[in-house]
Design a protein around this ligand. Sequence first.
Ligand code: KG4
Ligand code: ZN
Length: 328
Amino acid sequence: MNVLGIETSCDETSVAIVRDGREILSNIISSQADLHALYGGVVPEIASRRHVEAINPSVEQALSQAGLGWDGLDAVAVTNRPGLVGALLVGVAAAKSIAFARNLPIVGVHHLEGHIFANTLAHPSLEMPFLCLIVSGGHTDIVVVRGYGKYERLGRTRDDASGEAFDKVARLLELPYPGGPNVQKLAETGNPSAFPFPRADLDGSLDFSFSGLKTAVLRLLQKEPDANRADVAASFQSAVVDVLVAKTIRAAEQTGLMTIAMGGGVASNGPLREAMKSAGDGLGIGVFWPPPVLCTDNAAMIASAGYHRLSTLGPDPLTIDTMATAVL
Ligand code: KG4
Ligand code: ZN
């Protein structure tokens, strides 16, 4: 079954075709990052307009790269929640038009399901149940994935998401948007022990808080304007990684689950991957992550999650709506 996936929840227009939930035939990603870099973050109205321009060419490219015509498609999956409503609407309108014109089933996918199922897409042998750390620009969640549609959230951020913290600290360090990869790069030459930034434990809870950390970086830069930027980046990154690893490992110990998967843009962070892997190795816990292109927003993960949704829950009506917020 060939599923056409569409993702437009934020600042990437992406269209992919995935066979049977695991074989990527095409995965076109048109990033708007350069457009938003000017403003230091995503401007919703600009995002919607750019999606409108990019969606049709992206669908055509996805078909041609997969070597398929319209007849080669069996279903359409689209991110319809959560995200910027104006941005989501573009993808959902395109998906509905294709489904209606070609008489294909349509499924609305939760964006975070996409980030979770990027792992099974990348590692077909990965078996449920597993623990998933979702770390993106909008979310930082620890979720037990028991099966498709069977999720239990054990922890979430109480304020900023981890990716948001990377982006805000990048701004303080005068690094361009998107901040995460640039902070990681600058941190490579810095000393992670230079500044003892706070690691919020929240009384042993599996929830996260990154706003105090962001404020600590701000205060330091106000007090010591000449502080070594690479040392600040490395010390900040190390504080984020320490907390993400400690809480995810704690969740594994509490649930007895021996497999940890990671998804979302921050899961492409090298030091996070290394630290999670070495903590897991010490306890016999398997640690998985998708390649970077499947960590950040992409439609292949949506097509894959859509395939599983279609197989377990069946199609949605053509009247599906967009939602700015939605629980998993
Ligand atoms: O999953 P994603 O592409 O979009 C959302 O669903 O939000 O994640 C984007 C976030 C941004 O905050 C970006 O700075 C962060 O992921 N990110 C990283 C890295 N690559 C992307 N953060 C840390 N290290 C990275 N290498
Ligand atoms: Zn995302």
